[in-house]
Ligand binder design. Structure first.
Ligand SMILES: Cc1cc2nc3c(=O)[nH]c(=O)nc-3n(C[C@H](O)[C@H](O)[C@H](O)COP(=O)(O)O)c2cc1C
Length: 189
């Protein structure tokens, strides 16, 4: 098959769907965030790409704390709402029941199966976005999302995102074992 050049405005396939939690004027605020990934093993560091115009960008800089919350597939409407409307126009503090860990300005969402509580380490301004690097100081879940003490995707039922078609997806079935299946590789003669 011949390859087709589809230009360069492409994204990671797929992306996680998360809700970035910050504090604005003493109240919780959440925005939908797909551009987030783990970037260091120890300490556990995350990188986020947040547009400079978003209220959340300003709030991370102000408080130097934030949370990353993973909604489940039943939370699409609330999650998308947080991605459609800015705190600059609408107070989003009453959408979710919130709890706090050790950082006073990193609100987390009770109904999300996984919450990461983070402190800001670095900010790198890029042309449109701020690249924030944060350290995970604690992670929270509930017993019902664990199997043998580990987070179980099938119980968490997280959401995935693709752009630019802008679809939300479910996670499918596991199809292999990482750091294991590669041992079966044999070169063709
Ligand atoms: C599914 C989804 C994912 C999004 N991901 C990002 C992202 O990774 N980075 C970003 O800057 N904006 C992203 N947005 C847009 C912000 O969530 C949106 O502009 C939000 O209103 C900003 O809220 P705030 O001004 O209260 O911070 C996303 C929106 C949606 C719907």
């Amino acid at each position: 098959m011949e390859k087709i050049n589809i230009g360069k405005n492409v994204f990671i396939y797929p992306m996680p769907v998360t809700l970035l939690g910050t504090t604005v004027d003493g109240k919780a605020n959440f925005m939908a965030l797909g551009w987030v990934t783990r970037i260091n093993a120890n300490p556990p560091l995350l990188a986020l790409g947040v547009n400079k115009v978003h209220q959340s960008s300003k709030s991370i800089e102000e408080n130097r704390t934030f949370s990353i919350n993973f909604p489940n597939a039943d939370m699409i409407v609330e999650t998308d709402y947080c991605g459609l409307f800015s705190r600059k126009d609408i107070d989003k503090s009453d959408i979710f029941e919130v709890f706090y860990g050790e950082l006073e300005t990193a609100p987390m969402i009770k109904s999300c199966p996984l919450n990461l509580e983070c402190k800001l380490l670095h900010k790198y301004p890029l042309p449109t976005n701020n690249l924030f690097i944060g350290e995970i100081v604690a992670a929270y879940t509930e017993e019902r999302y664990l199997t043998d003490g580990k987070l179980d995707m099938s119980k968490m039922n997280p959401l995935l995102l693709t752009m630019p078609d802008n679809n939300y997806w479910n996670v499918g079935e596991p199809v292999g074992k990482a750091w294991s299946d590669g041992k079966k590789f044999k070169r063709k003669e």
